[in-house]
Design a protein around this ligand. Sequence first.
Ligand SMILES: C[S@@+](CC[C@H](N)C(=O)[O-])C[C@H]1O[C@@H](n2cnc3c(N)ncnc32)[C@H](O)[C@@H]1O
Length: 278
Amino acid sequence: MTDIFYKANLKCPICDGVLMLEDQKTLYCNGQKKHAYDLSSSGYVNLSSPKQCGGGDTKEAVRARSAFLDAGYYKPISDKILELLTLYGNGGERVVDAGCGEGYYTVQAAKNGFFTLGFDISKSAVEAAAKRARRDSIKNGVYGVASIYSLPIFDACADAVINIFAPCVEAEFSRVLVKGGVLVVAWAGKSHLMGLKSAIYEETQENDVRNDLPRELELLCEERLEYDITLTDNAKIRSLFAMTPYYWRTSQKDAGKLDKLEELKTNIDINFSVYRKN
Ligand SMILES: C[S@@+](CC[C@H](N)C(=O)[O-])C[C@H]1O[C@@H](n2cnc3c(N)ncnc32)[C@H](O)[C@@H]1O
């Protein structure tokens, strides 16, 4: 246990001191004030600064995401990320999952031999990620509540950063990457979930183009993954809906259209970009 925190290169969010596990349940920094951070019973640590605290996915969204991801519908996305990490990575093992959510992709990476650091601003999400890792007997990972705009790790200590359906923060990801390290970004393509949107809205629009993608890192590859899924019961349809941003933007009347739906076919359309820090 001491080893994984040592390997994670965690830094104190208050004074930038080195964080180390001292008594199996608390991390202390080596700064003058010896700031302390307890490990939760599920094994994550809250490293958000008081300014950043709160926000991110709600407990409800986290639960919906876990239910949906556990059904395997996004396994091809996870496989693609691992493929890109293997193909373009520098061979190093330290992977930061920036905006890890409930840890589905983080744990898949850990299962494939990477030493993973999952960070998310949502406490519910990080708690679920730590529980997922524990359930799957994954020991080569650390989970922390933290903003990805200010990651609690030192410069140049990650071989790769994965950033899946979460804000992309080029400067911060670049700071934590080693020279030659890679960033893999995955986000919704223009027609992602059009089948779900058509079941809710009279008129559907394509997804917006992203404007926070890296500009300074070297672009190594761009890929698009498209396939169809069929959800065969209402609970899965509702889980998918509840993990999307549409859940918060849709009127009760429109959302009600899903109430009695028992089958939904929808398309998955994901963009991937891989960048290298030179
Ligand atoms: C759409 S979810 C994706 C989660 C996960 N990557 C996945 O695909 O299952 C976006 C995640 O980004 C997190 N997030 C949003 N803003 C963040 C920030 N500033 N710092 C850390 N996490 C953030 C949310 O809490 C949420 O868990």
